[in-house]
Design a protein around this ligand. Sequence first.
Ligand SMILES: NC(=O)c1ccc[n+]([C@@H]2O[C@H](COP(=O)([O-])OP(=O)(O)OC[C@H]3O[C@@H](n4cnc5c(N)ncnc54)[C@H](O)[C@@H]3O)[C@@H](O)[C@H]2O)c1
Length: 241
Amino acid sequence: MTTSFDFSNRTAIVTGGAKGIGRAIALRLKDVGATVHVLDIEAADLDGVQSHVCDVTDAQSIADTLQKIQSTATSIDVLVNNAGSGAGSKSVLESDPDQWRKLIDINLVSVFEVSRQVLPSMIDQDYGRIVNIASLAGKEGTPHLSAYSAAKAGVIALTKSLGKELAQTGIRVNCIAPGPIDTELFQQLDTHVRETMLAKSPMGRAGTVEELAHIVLLLASEEITLNTGAVFDASAGRAVY
Ligand SMILES: NC(=O)c1ccc[n+]([C@@H]2O[C@H](COP(=O)([O-])OP(=O)(O)OC[C@H]3O[C@@H](n4cnc5c(N)ncnc54)[C@H](O)[C@@H]3O)[C@@H](O)[C@H]2O)c1
């Protein structure tokens, strides 16, 4: 059997798609025929992709944006919860509690809120694919990234809960736990931090955004029917569970 991805007649939402991993995901989905909407605090400049300036930590901003999208789209078939940030992380003792909560908001509460608002449309049509971008940090707990790690562990658990809640429907919910991926963010890290990360990689390298986008494409496809609440490794062999 040969399988080729065909997302024509599918509408996809990618959060945080203005750059990095989300940008590659948006472009990949567009290339296979999907109508793609990017929700990002920054305007996305992507040919053939619709850009919406939206803060996914703000429930009203999400509602306003979805209303705009749903005024033209008949359905939302694919949701990729990719927006996230590890910016401003410190040791637990040095962390400012408000900043800690903000990191939980952007990395975890946003996934809950966008999913909660998109789900009624998926339930109505009894079809949907939700792909959440977690992190290896959510499995390992990275020092000086406690809020980010805790939030990403939360994304993994939220994926499992939601997957089970919707298992009797046509909606599948899965997540990916990437190790280091070669984005602008990764290149901006100190050389020794990058080298330490790469030394932990059995393949001795970071992943590429295209490699990650390909896993998303698979999980966003109609062909994914038996998997839900699953966590897909994208760590070049580093993850041990
Ligand atoms: N790069 C890596 O090594 C790596 C590893 C594991 C997991 N991840 C995860 O992958 C996802 C993408 O990471 P990336 O490396 O492409 O990061 P990035 O910083 O390049 O891109 C993140 C995007 O999210 C957007 N964003 C941030 N806050 C937002 C908000 N409140 N509302 C809407 N959009 C917002 C940013 O504007 C940006 O376009 C994140 O969830 C990240 O945690 C990345």
